[in-house]
Design a protein around this ligand. Structure first.
Ligand SMILES: Cc1cc2nc3c(=O)[nH]c(=O)nc-3n(C[C@H](O)[C@H](O)[C@H](O)COP(=O)(O)OP(=O)(O)OC[C@H]3O[C@@H](n4cnc5c(N)ncnc54)[C@H](O)[C@@H]3O)c2cc1C
Length: 404
C-alpha cells in the first residue's frame, strides 16, 4: 500500500508495533520454507529474482528478498508504535490512539494480517497436565528448543503437518492429532501443482465467485511442504515410519489421559480425496488443452491405514510426552478498532478491502480478501494496487474540498 501511495503522492505513515516483517522474523520456525513457489513472490516491481523460480525460499532468503524491497520502498515507517484504539474523529476522519501519542487520519488501511491471536481449544488447553511444555505454532522454533521427550502436535494444517515433520526428521517421537485440513501433491505430471493451478486460472477465482462463498476464508490450508526443494507431506507415510497418528483431540482427563475422536481413518481419507480431486482437475485441464506432458502416475494408494477398533486413549506421561505444539490456528482480534465494520461472524465487512459501512476505512492482506493469493505474496500487490486507487481518489476529493 505504501508503494502505491508514495507513487500517487498521498501523504501517509506506516505504523508497526514491532519491526518491519515481524512475523517472518519472529513467528516462523527455523527450518521454515515458503509453501508457495518463489515465482509467486511478486511485490510491486519486485518479483522474485533468484535462480529457483520453482523452488521455495527459506526464512533467511525470504527476509533478504524483503529487505531488498524495503530499500526500494523506503516507506515513512514508524516502528515500535502500537495502535491501541482506532475510533471515528469528531469532525470526520479517524483518531488513532497509539502508545506514542494520538494521530488523526482521513483514511486508515488496516494491514494487520489474518493471524492475530494464537488459539487452542480452551478446555483441552486448561486440562494439560502441569509440567508439560506448551507452545503455539508461531512460537515453535526447532526440535532442540523443546524439552527432551515425545511431542504432541495438535492440528494438521500447514503449520502442524510441517512441524510434525520437522520433529520426526530429528528422530523425536511424535503424536499427531489430525484436524480437517486437506492435502495436495507438490508436483504432478511434470510441474508444481501451484504452477498448474495458476495456469488453470484457479488463483483468479474471486471470493464472490467461489462455490463455498465466504466460508472459503475460514478453511484450513492444504498441507504440503517446500522443504528441501519441495515434496508431498503424507501423514500415512509418517505413520508407517513410526509417527503416532490420532483423530481429533477431544479432551484430556485429570489423570493426564488424552482422548481422541474415532475419526482418524475418515480424516486421512478426506485429505487423500482432495489430493486426488486436485490431480484429476489437472488431468482434465491437460486433456482439454491437448497438452503433451508426462502421463498421469498411478493413483495414490494408502501406504498405511489405522488399526481397526476404537482409538486408544493416550496417557501423556506414560508415553513420555513432555511438550505440546498447538497448531490449531488463530483467531481475529479487532477489539482495538472501535468502529462498526464487522459482519455477524466478526469478519470485516468489505468489498475488495473497501469497508463501505465506514467510509475511509480499508483492510488489506487478509486471507481470501479477494482471491486465494490475497493473504500471500502471490496477490498482495494486485489487491494493494486496486485498493490504493480508492484511497487516492478519496484523498484527492478531500484535497479538492479543502481548496474549495
Ligand atoms: C505458518 C505460515 C506460513 C505461511 N506461508 C506462506 C507462504 O508460503 N507464502 C505466502 O505468500 N504467504 C505465506 N504466509 C502468509 C504470510 O506470512 C502473511 O501472513 C501474509 O503475507 C500477510 O502479510 P501482512 O503484511 O498483511 O500481515 P503480517 O505479516 O501479519 O503483518 C502484520 C503486521 O501488523 C503489525 N500490527 C498488528 N497489529 C498492530 C497494531 N495494533 N499496531 C501496529 N502494528 C500492528 C504486526 O506486528 C505485524 O508486523 C504464511 C503465514 C503463516 C502464518
Amino acid at each position: 500500500m505504501s508503494w502505491y501511495l508514495q507513487r500517487a503522492g498521498v501523504d501517509h505513515v506506516v505504523l508497526e508495533r514491532s519491526e518491519a516483517f515481524h512475523a517472518w522474523k519472529h513467528e516462523r520456525w527455523d527450518a521454515f520454507t515458503l509453501v508457495t513457489p518463489n515465482f509467486q513472490c511478486r511485490l510491486p516491481e519486485h518479483p522474485y529474482d533468484g535462480e529457483e523460480p520453482e523452488g521455495f525460499m527459506r526464512r533467511e532468503q525470504i527476509l533478504a528478498w524483503l529487505d531488498r524491497f524495503m530499500e526500494k520502498l523506503d516507506p515513512p515507517l514508524h516502528e515500535g508504535v502500537t495502535v491501541t484504539r482506532l475510533r471515528a474523529g469528531e469532525d470526520g476522519g479517524f483518531v488513532l490512539q497509539t502508545d506514542e501519542g494520538v494521530l488523526h487520519a482521513e483514511q486508515v488501511v488496516l494491514c494487520v494480517g489474518g493471524y492475530h491471536r494464537p488459539w487452542a481449544p480452551p478446555a483441552v488447553e486448561r486440562a494439560l497436565p502441569q509440567g508439560i511444555h506448551a507452545v503455539h505454532s508461531n512460537a515453535y522454533r526447532s526440535p532442540s528448543a523443546l524439552p527432551d521427550g515425545a511431542v504432541l502436535v495438535v492440528g494438521t494444517g500447514q503449520s502442524g503437518a510441517q512441524i510434525a515433520e520437522d520433529l520426526h526428521l530429528e528422530g523425536r517421537a511424535v503424536h499427531l492429532c489430525l484436524g480437517d485440513a486437506p492435502r495436495v501433491a507438490r508436483r504432478y505430471r511434470g510441474k508444481d501443482v501451484v504452477t498448474w493451478l495458476e495456469e488453470m486460472g484457479h488463483y483468479d477465482l474471486t471470493i464472490t465467485d467461489h462455490p463455498e462463498g465466504n466460508a472459503a476464508r475460514r478453511e484450513a490450508n492444504h498441507y504440503v511442504t517446500g522443504r528441501d526443494g519441495g515434496r508431498d507431506l503424507d501423514l500415512r507415510a509418517f505413520a508407517a515410519q513410526g509417527m503416532h497418528l490420532h483423530g481429533l483431540l477431544r479432551r484430556i482427563d485429570e489423570d493426564g489421559v488424552a482422548h481422541f475422536d474415532d475419526d482418524l481413518a475418515e480424516r486421512l481419507d478426506a485429505a487423500d480425496a482432495t489430493y486426488d480431486r486436485i490431480n484429476e482437475a489437472i488431468d482434465r485441464y491437460i486433456e482439454a488443452q491437448g497438452l503433451d506432458v508426462a502421463e498421469p502416475p498411478s493413483r495414490y494408494t494408502p501406504v498405511w491405514t489405522p488399526p481397526p477398533g476404537p482409538p486408544a486413549p493416550l496417557d501423556l506421561r506414560a508415553a513420555g510426552v513432555t511438550s505440546v505444539v498447538w497448531c490449531t490456528g488463530f483467531r481475529p482480534d479487532w477489539s482495538w478498532v472501535e468502529l462498526p465494520f464487522l459482519d455477524d461472524t466478526g469478519y470485516p465487512d468489505h468489498v475488495r478491502g473497501v469497508v463501505e459501512g465506514v467510509p475511509g476505512l480499508h483492510v488489506l492482506g487478509l486471507p481470501w480478501l479477494h482471491t486465494w493469493g490475497s493473504g500471500r505474496f502471490a496477490a498482495i500487490a494486485r489487491d494493494a494496487e486496486h485498493l490504493s486507487a480508492h484511497v487516492v481518489t478519496r484523498a484527492s476529493l478531500a484535497v479538492a474540498a479543502r481548496a474549495a
